[in-house]
Design a protein around this ligand. Sequence first.
Ligand SMILES: [Zn+2]
Length: 383
Amino acid sequence: MIAIYARISKSDTGSSIENQIGIVKNYLSSEEIMADDIKIFIDDGYSGRCSCRPAFVKMLAGVATGEIKVIAVKDFSRFGRNHLFVSELTEVVFKRLNVRFISVADTYDSYKSNDEMLMAFRSIFNEYYCVDVSNKIKSVLYSKNVSGDYAISKTVYGYKNAYTEIDAEEAEIIKAAFCLVADGNSYSETSRKLNDIYRDKKCNWQASDILRIIKNPEYTGSHVWNKYSSVSYLNKRGLVNDRNLWKIDSDVHEAIVSEELYQKANQNSTKIKSSLKSERHIFSGLTKCMKCRYALSMDKRKMGWLVCTKCAEREQKIIKIDDLYNICIGSIKQEFIKKGITFNYDFENDTQTDKRNFLNNFIKTIYAWADKKIEIYWKFGEE
Ligand SMILES: [Zn+2]
């Protein structure tokens, strides 16, 4: 089925609904992609900033059920003005479900997608990007301070000015981390000792941060690329490639630790089985402890459980990942049902990455605590 989507807000003085539909229909027939089953979705009087427009949501449900294979709009701004949301849909969801997306005025057609069109898409995206700047800055600060994931800032902790300079204070902590692990400390022991030694800096190192540091060859002066998959250029944080896909060039910038120290720490780290809990789970980046608001991690010793490493001396078990996943899928279905839509997407064969991307499209944050106490904050319905 081909879906044509048209929207006009209360304050819009631009093109009318009829005008929008006319332009799209003309384009479809000129491209010979007319089909018998065209369905027109209209939101009259709704802002593009709102993602819970009734016809829009109905159309997305059609995408999720596999009914809709082509979506055409007059221009991107009709589709939505919350561009983080829109680009997640066009770049991740539609691509994954093989939905063709056409924006006539922007000459964007995902089937013909080439660099030029991508550029056009990005420039339009950038036009509205300012709206999201404050959130983006917040999330950068957040990811630096809390999760220790430095993807967005591009330069890893310890370096500054695109690796041309070493940050002396940070480098000292990095060196200390390598030495502690090389001496046989586990990741959690190392993080605890660092937090203690650098008490005045109010650090909050976690075992998973230490693991990420020890495993990062950039500290020996190497440049690592192809670390992140380009599925979504907005959400690099969520999509780290497998280590065997990383490309490493050595002696590119000044080293913080020697090759010997790096190797020694990494040899020891393979012996530390007990603290291998930093593996990314499908809720990575989404789940937080309801009590202390700290990110939840997956613990290999407590198979399949999300734990809060901050709340208790031993990790506090919060919830099983599978249980939480079922709860989330159930709630997403409920959200659709509230809008009069039955949701029949089959999740059985989804890979971990599929699941993570799917959840990321709908969920902003989940606060969880033991006994299935859960608060879910959605992306749809937000202003
Ligand atoms: Zn906690």
